[in-house]
Ligand binder design. Sequence first.
Ligand code: ADP
Ligand code: ASP
Ligand code: MG
Length: 426
Amino acid sequence: MALIVHKYGGTSMGSTERIRNVARRVAKWHRAGHQMVVVPSAMSGETNRLLGLAKELAPSTTGSAYGRELDMLAATGEQASSALLAIALQAEGLQAVSYAGWQVPIKTNSAFTKARIESIDDVRVRADLDAGRVVIVTGFQGIDPDGHITTLGRGGSDTSAVAVAAALKAAECLIYTDVDGVYTTDPRVVPEARRLLRVSFEEMLEMASMGSKVLQIRSVEFAGKYKVPLRVLSSFTPWDIDLTEEAVSGTLITFEDEEDMERAVVSGIAFNRDEAKIAVLGVPDTPGIAYQILGTVAEANIEVDVIIQNVSKGGLTDFSFTVHRNDYQKAMDLLKDQVLPKLGAADVVGDARICKVSIVGIGMRSHVGVASRMFKCLSDEGINIQMISTSEIKTSVVIDEKYMELAVRALHREFDLDQTTDTIAG
Ligand code: ADP
Ligand code: ASP
Ligand code: MG
């Protein structure tokens, strides 16, 4: 008997029929002798619907009071789906109880709409498990030190599930979704993409942080920090398939360092449409400018990604970086109002029609020339590269968003990702 955490995404919870299927699958695991904790997302479309209503009422409001209400609102999506799942499990003859984040409690900081989990109390959940109940914990939400409901950022139910698994020292965390694992790239963009049987934690971390939305990045960080065994698999297989077969399906995120394993140089391609580029032009090239520009942005809780400072000409330089598209206007306003006058820079310009495409692979550590192969491939397609950033196991480029799909497909082909017979990465 093991303690297992299941997470079901929005599509998997998308109708009463699908919720009944989830309940039957969970019941199968429970009847096989496992202690079950289930973390559901809101029913598909619900979070967008709720946030859309807020936007109708207040199209351009920002700030903490507004963020608090957005979280109060969005958290209801997961509360509803969790209660429905508990009801479906009870209808299957099981004892089941659902808890909202604040009832567990899952404690977070106060960064509304992108809060971080700080601790999880396992006492209540354990007592229910010991009494033979299936416990359902809402995804995506928690409570801050002042008792306000918070949410964890889009896709945050993955993080809730892995954090709950870490707190309970679960034997495994299974992320059930609408694809049957982690692919070489998003199969919706490249139909030839292949499922990876295994992917190393480091590669998964880069893929998630470069935009592969199959797992929220913080869930991968949590899995790494607490060594939570993690698997991504399909919720669309028949619920009554053999449990042993189901338990080894999908993609396993591995932690071992299998140095001697033969690997593809590039294991996956990630892309992100959600970024925007900002350039501060004509900045006096003196010590402290990076700090003055990025410090102000960071204080406003805006994350910065690719950063470039140009070689200076005549004592002046240009300084560019990317931010999340949601933070674009806020960052532009900040720079225009606060930084531009102080620095005496010439102008701030921005472009929200960009995207970032990244190739990821542990094999890049031991192979030279991978980045230049990427650049050649893009140049052969006539795609202009605006910015480049690299780490040990990834190379990212910022390009015009209208070339995104072309770039992803061309790179997928270039690195033979649709052909390799070995589907084991990392
Ligand atoms: P859920 O609602 O279950 O959390 P998401 O929509 O958040 O599901 O994540 C699953 C989706 O992630 C898939 O439908 C797929 O389009 C997308 N995706 C992006 N990159 C990948 C990848 N490398 N492998 C698999 N799916 C990916
Ligand atoms: N319901 C939330 C969202 O749509 C959280 C999640 O699905 O993981 O972002
Ligand atoms: Mg998701």
